[in-house]
Design a protein around this ligand. Structure first.
Ligand code: SAM
Length: 286
């Protein structure tokens, strides 16, 4: 089986199987071999690695992953792609395709069973609508992860990397930075996909910290505070926290904590750094 990462090879498979692209699954397949090689290089995959690929499509990137890794598990939601994957991956004996919604797969058990609980590498070209739940799910559920190398919309990559003062700063930025170092590896033009999406994409690598970036007594509380702060971006921090259904602090308690943090009463949540959110949640925990 020749590599699929060209417009001609991709079109050939699509026509052969009369495959109909499904918008609801965010299906834009990569057709540029330089980008494919770049992703696998960025992920630094070796023959020791177990790789989870999310959304293999017709198997374009999966072929590269099979060459580089010890074992690959690819989770694909669209059952119309399963016979195609059987064909395009038939030469590889180190791959298993699971036909399932990745959000329903117990990835922790998968890593336990297939990789003896050792940290796994995740590689994915994700549809935008599941980017955040997938990343948060992987980090928060305690799956042993070494790195996540993913293609996302360029704007989402910006959100992951940014800090206070940017309009892109939000709960996703803080969550990603709490768990990982985020580095954009390359910007990918919309022309590298079939069909062509409306926006450019970026490959971003999230390398998990050995220890979280800040010390926090109650992680869950910190993320509730973060979510509450950004749910009402235009409100002050004190109002954002007071109005949250997830939290039950009084205005006085919140004001006292903000004062101890050394911030003015009128401060907005979007002005706080990750360290300050951690400190605020430690103060409120008391
Ligand atoms: N990896 C391929 C490539 O780079 O050419 C395909 C990428 S395409 C942007 C996204 C893929 O994810 C599609 O094959 C789509 O069917 C699959 N997908 C979408 N939602 C999914 C989900 N919840 N679970 C598993 N796969 C999903």
């Amino acid at each position: 089986m020749a590599y699929l990462g060209t417009p001609t090879a991709t079109k050939f498979i699509i026509d052969q199987y009369q495959f109909a692209f499904q918008k609801k699954f965010g299906q834009n397949f990569l057709i540029d071999s330089n980008i494919l090689e770049g992703i696998v290089e960025s992920a630094e995959i070796t023959k020791d690695d177990f790789v989870l690929e999310i959304g293999p499509g017709i198997g374009t990137m999966t072929q590269y992953l099979c060459e580089a890794a010890r074992q690959v598990v690819a989770v694909e939601i669209d059952k119309a792609l399963i016979p195609i994957l059987e064909h395009t991956l038939s030469e590889y004996d180190n791959v298993e395709v699971i036909n399932q919604d990745v959000l329903k797969v117990d990835i922790k058990s998968l890593a336990e069973e297939r990789n003896n609980g050792k940290p796994i590498k995740v590689v994915a070209n994700l549809p935008y609508y599941i980017t955040t739940p997938i990343i948060m799910g992987l980090f928060e559920s305690g799956v042993p992860i070494e790195s996540i190398t993913i293609m996302v919309q360029k704007e989402v990559a910006d959100r992951m990397q940014t800090g206070p003062g940017s309009k892109d700063y939000g709960a996703l930025s803080l969550a990603v930075q709490y768990y990982a170092t985020a580095e954009v590896q390359m910007i990918v033009s919309a022309n590298c996909f079939m069909p062509r999406p409306n926006v450019d994409s970026a490959v971003i690598k999230l390398t998990r910290h050995q220890e979280p970036a800040v010390e926090v007594q109650d992680e869950k509380l910190m993320f509730q505070i973060i979510r509450a702060s950004f749910n009402q971006r235009r409100k002050t921090l004190v109002n954002g926290l007071k109005n949250s259904a997830e939290l039950s602090f009084s205005k006085e308690e919140i004001l006292e904590a903000i004062q101890k943090l050394g911030k003015p009463e009128t401060i907005r949540g979007e002005a706080l750094t990750l360290e300050e959110f951690a400190e605020l949640s430690n103060l409120l925990k008391k």
